[in-house]
Design a protein around this ligand. Structure first.
Ligand code: GAF
Length: 418
């Protein structure tokens, strides 16, 4: 890559070593293993996941690395580079149907929420030795004990790059291995989503954890969020001389507050009034009827979802038939739909996208849940330096906080490293 702020592989090795040595210094022993899971960027398909629609994210070369060692008692200790100190809890606190309001909080709600959610999917956290019946297929258990863990991440927080899914997927895989559960990756994605929904309180869909667990180098994950069928789609950016630039506006967003939940509620209302189980059951031919049935605002929310599903399908087909240089107008149309119909963009994202479009990008859009976070621009390698200068200038002219820009590449999903 031409961009020195994207993470070269040498840094990955240094990160692994640091996590291992910090773990040993903290707990006075070696970890049983190291696991890692990436953040993700969504190429296209926004807010379609919880509408049972289509998404096309890819895992990125920014990761959470987690070191873990099982204990022979029921104590859990976990620590991270996010905050000082070690959080300590007992497995008994997680062996419950519903988490009490104050059991988990702060950054540790993400990893400990996953430990709890594994129990909800059938792992026996009670210490009684029997799997919980009927909660999920495929769960077997025998070795559920407490553990010590330490994690660090190079996924920027609040940028719309799924730092939370990276944490969830790293520990989901680590505990699946360590506790000898036999969940497949699709199920581990659901475990991460349940943790996010119930332990963190963000009503998010299945996209981010799926990308983090199913990602492949140089490829995107084409996921049908109704069946959870996933296909790998080659991106071919390098062969086309293109790079994907992240423009993090540094406007922080959180999906456990306000706007995200409101959009989800509008979609559910739209589906109810159109008498379908989810908006996935509507296509562009249904829009005239939707316009008659729905309020003006709900109609625009529904139109975003319906047209965005179509754009994902069109992007997959275009990537396969023509390559990435031909997907620019789909990215641009996706942004316009989020700005005008779904209304989840902010001024900083619009300026990033418009400046990219005017300075050599073949397409650009905001990415992720919206209300802040990052935009992406698909850019010929040689245009990147000038584009960065143009964006920095456009932000400074408007007195916006300076953005952070870096190139990402499509990386492999969660993996046991050592
Ligand atoms: C966030 C959520 F976590 C995803 O599930 C998805 O809905 C996305 O926003 C919007 O496409 O990343």
């Amino acid at each position: 890559t031409t961009d020195n702020t994207s993470m070269p592989e040498a840094d990955d090795a240094a990160l692994l070593e640091r996590v291992q040595s910090t773990f040993s210094a903290l707990y006075g022993k070696s970890p049983d293993g190291l696991w890692s899971a990436p953040g993700r960027v969504n190429l296209i398909g926004e807010h379609t996941d919880y509408n049972e629609g289509f998404v096309l994210p890819f895992a990125i070369n920014r990761r959470t690395v987690l070191a873990l060692a099982l204990r022979d008692d029921r104590v859990i200790r976990i620590s991270s580079a996010f905050a000082e100190g070690v959080v300590e809890i007992n497995l008994d606190d997680l062996a419950v149907e519903e988490l009490g309001p104050d059991v988990l909080s702060g950054w540790s709600a993400y990893p400990l929420g996953v430990a709890w959610a594994l129990g909800r999917f059938g792992a026996d956290l009670s210490g009684a030795g029997d799997a919980v019946d009927g909660l999920a297929a495929g769960a077997v258990t025998g070795s559920v004990t407490g553990f010590d863990a330490y994690l660090e991440s190079t996924v920027p927080v609040g940028a719309g790059l799924s730092s939370s899914a990276a944490i969830e997927s790293s520990i989901a895989l680590a505990l699946n291995d360590s506790w000898r559960l036999e969940f497949d990756r699709q199920t581990l994605a659901k475990v991460g989503q349940l943790a996010e929904n119930k332990a963190v309180g963000a009503p998010t869909g299945i996209m981010d954890q799926s990308a983090s667990l199913l990602g492949r180098r140089d490829a995107a994950v084409f996921l049908d969020c109704r069946s959870l069928d996933a296909e790998v789609v080659d991106l071919g950016f390098a062969a086309a001389g293109l790079e994907l630039l992240i423009i993090d506006t540094n406007v922080a967003h959180a999906h456990s507050t306000g706007g995200y939940a409101a959009r989800r509620a509008s979609c559910e209302e739209g589906a109810r009034l159109m008498d379908v189980p989810s908006l996935r059951y509507l296509d562009v031919d249904d829009l005239p009827r939707a316009q008659e049935v729905l309020s003006e605002e709900t109609f625009r929310r529904v139109r975003h979802i319906v047209t965005e599903n179509q754009r994902v399908l069109d992007t997959v087909r275009t990537l396969r038939l023509e390559g990435p240089a031909a997907i620019g107008s789909l990215l641009d149309a996706s942004h316009a739909s989020m700005r005008d119909d779904f209304e989840i963009s902010v001024a900083e994202l619009d300026v990033a996208v418009e400046t990219a479009q005017a300075n050599g990008a073949i397409g650009a859009r905001m990415t992720g849940g919206g209300f802040g976070g990052a935009a992406i621009a698909l850019v010929p390698s040689e245009s990147i330096p000038a584009l960065k200068i143009a964006i920095t200038a456009a932000f400074s002219e408007r007195n916006f906080t300076a953005p952070t820009m870096f190139v990402v590449s499509a990386a492999d999903g969660a993996v046991r490293e050592v």
